[in-house]
Design a protein around this ligand. Structure first.
Ligand code: IPD
Length: 284
């Protein structure tokens, strides 16, 4: 499944790159006026769905732009099922198969729009509800991260050894992101204001899948975000976990809409406790 994922993600990244010039002239909005989707997000997602239908006809697919798309004809997959911003309700695998593919065709769509080289294709395979393989490709640079369950994490050919990172929260470089809803952002801003005095510094790069890969390879020490959908963190979460990073929600919850925290073992608990104190999973 990882081989399939890598092949499809490379083709998808090439399409995203190729379509950028024309796609940024064809932009729509989803949940809010700042939540954009380009023609390329949709074209890339259709391309991957159609390839998966050929290669793995019984599997389900959950994508950001078309939701649960398996079992439909290719016409209807292309037929604007609905925007992925409504993805919070998506859950069960479609298509009746035990395997579900989870796709973000372009994670970091705003970066894509602006030409900031920090946007990625993220594709994961989930079996029996557990993510077992994942690939994230920065479509702008070609950098590629992969993992399969129990098989370690890789950047290209290089195995990512367990990150050691800092031992104190005060020395920790923390990545995060913001939702598209203004009320949620206001809460996220308050959380950040409480956290920034307790850590080394904050980074906001704009693509959750790449943030998780950055923690996996130690170019960020830790990351947290409220409001991520499965397509944002399925592949990157596996890559981080396979590199020895703890990826979880708060208070023992699995990573999900309420919160995704990714940090090496020494930092996870202090960061977790600070986020609980700041009510990072609360608010709208
Ligand atoms: C977004 C990016 C961003 C994160 C948002 C995501 P999209 O994904 O990952 O970094 O802060 O929460 O929605 O919309 O570009 O696919």
């Amino acid at each position: 499944m990882l081989e399939i994922a890598v092949g499809l993600a490379r083709e998808a990244a090439a399409t995203a790159r190729r379509l950028r010039a024309e796609a940024i002239a064809d932009v729509e909005t989803k949940s809010t006026a700042t939540d954009v989707v380009t023609a390329a997000d949709k074209a890339v997602e259709r391309q991957v769905i159609e390839a998966l239908r050929r290669l793995r006809p019984g599997d389900g697919v959950l994508g950001e732009e078309y939701g649960e798309a398996a079992g439909e004809t290719s016409g209807s997959a292309a037929g604007e099922k609905h925007g992925g911003a409504a993805g919070e309700e998506h859950g069960a695998a479609a298509g009746g198969g035990a395997v579900r593919w989870i796709l973000d065709p372009i994670d970091g769509t705003v970066n894509y729009l602006y030409g900031l080289p920090q946007y990625a294709v993220s594709l994961a395979a989930e079996a029996g509800g557990e993510v077992v393989a994942g690939v994230v490709i920065n479509a702008a640079t070609g950098d590629e991260w992969t993992a399969y369950l129990g098989g370690g994490a890789y950047r290209g050919e290089r195995r990512l050894r367990k990150v050691t990172g800092p031992v104190e929260l005060s020395q920790t470089l923390v990545g995060t992101g913001f939702g598209y809803d203004a009320r949620r952002r206001a809460h996220q801003g308050r959380v950040l204001a409480g956290l920034i005095t307790r850590v080394r510094d904050i980074r906001r790069f704009g693509a959750a899948a790449l943030d998780l890969c950055a923690v996996a390879e130690g170019t960020l020490d830790a990351y947290f975000e409220k409001g991520l959908n499965p397509w944002d963190h399925a592949a990157g979460g596996l890559i981080a976990r396979e590199a020895g990073v703890i990826v979880a929600g708060l208070d023992g919850a699995p990573p999900g809409l309420d919160m995704v925290v990714a940090a090496p073992p020494a930092i996870f608990q202090p960061l977790h406790d600070a986020l609980v104190e700041l009510d990072a999973a609360g608010g709208p």
